[in-house]
Design a protein around this ligand. Structure first.
Ligand code: SAM
Length: 188
């Protein structure tokens, strides 16, 4: 069977599969190699919509090709901009959004998500969530920038009004070498 407590990414992907329904709007705030964008596009179906953000054009090109191979490109809007600006591009309410932070696997390690812009992006995503909408954040503490970013995220999420948001932290406490932490936020 499916093992879903292996790491942050596997865990949120499992939950995305349960939560997203046909016709939903979803946001991939860090498109990267596009694996999550593809999953979101599959789940929302032909009547749904997916917005994908990345500051690296290269990532969006790779992702566009993946979508096209699967005939999913029509329901996805790829945006070559910082996720701190996501509110400028999205005017519908959002069922689910993902931040998979850090740098592109095998890519340029200097192009990495950073606390300030990540927090702006998270705030905007939370403002767009519909009732029962969900946000997932995979946060990497093993590199310096990520450690600082994660601290900022946790401080921010701890202060969210509990009447408005449910916030859960998944910490893989029996794993070595700073495994990524997963945060799940529900708009109540
Ligand atoms: N979800 C991706 C996948 O399935 O392959 C992996 C995402 S990767 C860990 C993080 C991505 O965030 C990188 O592609 C990087 O270019 C992008 N990124 C970094 N800072 C960003 C920002 N401020 N706004 C949008 N994307 C950003």
């Amino acid at each position: 069977g499916y093992k879903y407590l292996i790491n942050a990414v596997v865990t949120y992907r499992y939950m995305v599969e349960q939560i997203l329904k046909e016709g939903d709007t979803a946001v991939d705030c860090t498109v990267g190699n596009g694996n999550d964008t593809v999953l979101l596009a599959e789940k929302v179906g032909p009547k749904g919509k997916v917005y994908g953000f990345d500051i690296q054009k290269k990532a969006l090109d790779i992702t566009y090709n993946k979508l096209k191979e699967r005939k999913l490109e029509d329901r996805v809007i790829l945006i070559n901009d910082d996720h701190k600006n996501l509110g400028k591009y999205i005017n519908n309410m959002v069922k689910l959004g993902i931040f998979n932070l850090g740098y592109l696997p095998k890519g340029d390690r200097s192009i990495v998500t950073r606390k300030e812009t990540t927090l702006q992006g998270i705030l905007q995503l939370l403002n767009l969530l519909q009732n029962n909408g969900m946000a997932f954040i995979a946060s990497y503490t093993g590199h310096r920038e990520g450690y600082i970013e994660n601290k900022g995220i946790e401080d921010f999420l701890k202060k969210l009004n509990q009447k408005k948001f449910g916030v859960v932290k998944f910490d893989f406490i029996n794993q070595i070498n700073n495994p990524p932490i997963l945060y799940e936020i529900e708009k109540l």
